[in-house]
Design a protein around this ligand. Structure first.
Ligand code: MLT
Ligand code: MN
Ligand code: ZN
Length: 290
């Protein structure tokens, strides 16, 4: 896990909210929503490329370059949205000798037109674009399945047509049979999503907001969590308890969410086995602070 904060990170450079103040005082920080996956420990793929991806890579020993001068275990990037907090880091990967980028054709179109990062990147590295509309096989024995979970366009792309804008990914390790679902932008927990994650070993869920009205309550700005494309943790937890064999964590934490200030904690009482759920605004969610 390279980063677990929503766009802006925590602390955000221009934010004086309680969570950001505390992070500054403690000298702690969360980078933005990016993970790395590997089937064999040798070939690695990022899920999303946040603006601070360079710091995340430097802090991840598995991604150390070598033995050749420009060898890197990083083979490519899988994009779950075209949002800036998931794509700006592509520019920081331009030094790569080659790079694979996996995205839906909808996301690829946005990154070729309204925000032309892909043609820009192709001038710097040997860029291979891969359609993520159907399952793909990755080097090292991983298979990636995808489900469209949302239709929200990035603000820079509101003129573009409807399509596969927001995805959840299911990464399966052929070697172990284990699978991991990445769904950090999830507007609704649909039946299709419930089926998509069934039997997964681990799920990384949308932790942008703890509660539906959190943004207005803390900043006075209008907009419910769901209207912004993010199912609040208070709701997703109610669904998660129906999958007791699966371990859920949260990422893409916004700095209005008190959980953003937590270190790695588990709830004390196990929230996934059906015992009473703690108040999600109490900040006791399972999160980590890479
Ligand atoms: C989101 O997660 O909803 C977006 O990244 C927000 C934004 O930066 O516009
Ligand atoms: Mn975001
Ligand atoms: Zn803040």
């Amino acid at each position: 896990m390279l980063g677990s904060a929503a766009g802006g990170g925590a602390p955000q450079w221009n934010c004086a909210c309680e969570v950001c103040r505390r992070a500054r005082a403690d000298g702690t920080s969360r980078l933005q929503d990016t993970v790395a996956v590997s089937g064999d420990g040798a070939a690695w793929y990022l899920i999303n490329a946040a603006p601070d991806v360079r710091a995340g890579i430097l802090a991840t020993p598995e991604l150390t370059p070598g033995p050749g001068l420009r060898d890197t275990p990083l083979r490519g990037v899988l994009l779950t949205t075209a949002e800036l907090d998931h794509t700006l880091g592509l520019l920081s990967l331009r030094e790569a000798v080659r790079l694979q980028v996996f995205a839906t054709m909808t996301v690829q179109a946005a990154l070729t037109s309204a925000f032309p990062v892909l043609p820009t990147l192709a001038r710097y590295t040997d860029l291979e674009l891969c359609d993520l509309s159907r399952s793909v096989e990755l080097e090292g024995g991983l298979e990636v399945g995808r489900l469209t979970v949302g239709s929200k366009r990035p603000r820079y792309a509101t003129a573009l047509p409807a399509g596969d804008w927001v995805s959840a990914l299911r990464v399966t390790d052929h070697g172990t049979g284990e699978s991991f679902v990445f769904a950090t932008c999830l507007p609704e927990w649909t039946d299709a999503f419930d089926e998509f994650l069934r039997g997964a070993d681990g799920v990384l869920l949308d932790g942008t907001f703890g509660t539906e009205d959190e943004l207005t309550g803390t900043t006075g700005r209008p907009g419910s969590a769901r209207s912004m494309g993010h199912l609040p943790m208070s709701v997703s937890r109610e669904h998660a308890v129906r999958h007791p064999g699966t371990r859920f964590r949260f990422s893409h934490l916004n700095n209005t969410n008190p959980a953003t200030g937590d270190d790695i904690v588990s709830d004390g009482e196990d929230p996934w086995t059906g015992r009473p759920l703690p108040d999600p605004t109490g900040g006791k969610c399972e999160t980590r602070r890479p």
